[in-house]
Write a protein that binds this ligand. Structure first.
Ligand code: T4K
Length: 401
């Protein structure tokens, strides 16, 4: 039985300070390394434009992800736009609606027509069978999104793309240092891009990368991220400013030694969450890391509201009052976002699994100061909500009026 007096009923918040899903984890040693690297940046007086630290980080990340090439850029949204542009993709692109809005927006920036596909209810990622059923003579590519530290059903997507002669690319924003079996993310399909936003497993304040084994594609991306320059005065293609600066690369290099400990801590937290929360009726935690290595960065809860007794939206409201800033990633699905509905951008379709799951899902904070204590408190909180479901329903009704 949960024992806490909920804040909505006059109790004190379960946590004194707000707990965020995406709060960066930058320890004292990382800060020290970062400042030492920045000293060198100022000494060299070279702050951006393919600097020494950017090159060093590119080499380290290509090695870690076992790819031939890694181009660093200013964020993953620009990474995706550069990648789509450099591949010359045109027409329709099949992608899941259950993703961060940037994945769909970047396709539209590149003039592609997004064709939203439903997801596999167990993995929450693109369903290859449904993707195949959406192929037309205008389809140019399938874009899979590796979500929450898991990887897509890559073999099935490869089969579909081979059969229909389509390009296969991946949004690997969440998949830093993840793998399928022994094969790291980065080398699948034509190319994969990652996000190094501050809230990610591996953050560079803002940042992103495109991984590929195709040297021509890598050269095109490198030129395009620098306005299309080839040398000093020669512009050979349409480019943009997508460069990563030295300060972001310094943060990346300073964080590299943290990867094993970070992964270990997050994995322990995930396991604790899983064992404690799965005892609460109507609550399940998404399985992570079953196909290979995961970074365990997201703790994803799926509710069965009829069994739990309280809806996801009401639970999130209650948690926020307890200073747990849970997030509804990815509600309501890109296709139901206002812009997509109003502008006929793939919005006029029904994706039953996306639409159901996006109303039952929430992400909980994973980067905790004291995981054992905080996760025990969190479990107590959810149990209390379940135990008080009837009282909460009445509270919701009176507050809706
Ligand atoms: N593809 C996928 C599948 C993605 O998930 C994303 C981004 C992208 C592509 C595009 O990547 P980028 O272009 O961003 O590189 C956040 C992130 O901004 C976004 O990068 C991320 N996915 C998405 C899932 O989450 P918001 O709008 O939910 O973030 P925000 O500002 O609310 O931050 C989350 C919480 O973290 C805040 O409530 C407070 C805390 N926080 C945040 C920052 C920035 C901190 O404590 N410290 C901080 O420095 O999008």
């Amino acid at each position: 039985m949960g024992t806490k007096n909920l804040t909505i009923f006059g109790g004190k918040p379960a946590f004194q300070d707000k707990l965020f899903v995406g709060s960066p984890l930058v320890g004292t040693a990382t800060r020290r390394r970062y400042l030492a690297l920045m000293k060198g940046v100022f000494e060299r007086n070279y702050l951006t434009n393919d600097g020494a630290l950017v090159r060093e980080l590119e080499a380290e990340l290509a090695r870690l992800h076992q790819t031939k090439y890694c181009s660093l850029v200013c964020n993953a949204t620009i990474a995706q736009i550069l990648m789509l542009k450099a591949m010359g993709l045109q027409g329709e692109i099949i992608l899941p609606s259950f993703t961060f809005i940037a994945t769909a927006h970047a396709c539209i920036w590149q003039g592609l027509t997004p064709v939203f596909c439903d997801i596999d209810p167990d993995t929450l990622m693109i369903d290859p069978v449904k993707a195949e059923s959406l192929i037309t003579d205008r389809t140019c590519a399938i874009l899979g999104v590796h979500l929450f530290g898991n990887v897509c059903n890559i073999p099935a997507l490869e089969r579909v793309c081979r059969k229909h002669n389509l390009k296969l690319i991946f949004d690997a924003a969440h998949a830093f240092n993840c793998s399928l079996g022994d094969r790291p993310v980065g080398g699948f399909g034509e190319a994969e891009f990652m996000s190094f936003h501050a809230t990610k497993f591996f953050g560079t304040f803002e940042g992103g990368a495109i991984f590929t084994n195709d040297s021509d594609l890598d050269s095109r991306i490198r030129s395009k991220r620098n306005f299309g320059f080839s040398g000093y005065d020669d512009v050979r293609s349409l480019g943009i400013n997508g460069k990563m600066c030295e300060s972001s690369a310094a943060m990346g290099l300073a964080s590299l030694p943290d990867i094993p400990a970070r992964e270990k801590t997050l994995r322990r937290g995930y396991e604790l969450y899983k064992s404690r929360l799965s005892k609460i009726p109507g609550v399940s935690v998404l399985n992570v890391g079953e196909q290979g290595r995961s970074n365990y960065h997201y703790v994803v809860v799926i509710l069965d509201p009829l069994v739990f007794g309280v809806s996801r939206d009401n639970l999130v409201d209650i948690l926020w009052k307890e200073n747990v800033i849970a997030r509804k990633y990815f509600y309501p699905g890109c296709h139901l976002m206002d812009y997509y509905q109003k502008n006929n951008k793939g919005g006029c379709i029904s994706l039953p699994i996306t639409e159901d799951l996006s109303t039952r899902i929430l992400c909980l904070p994973s980067k905790l100061q004291k995981p054992e204590r905080d996760i025990a408190k969190m479990a107590n909180l959810l149990q209390t909500v379940h135990d008080n479901a009837g009282r909460i329903q009445k509270w919701v009704k009176t507050h809706e009026e």
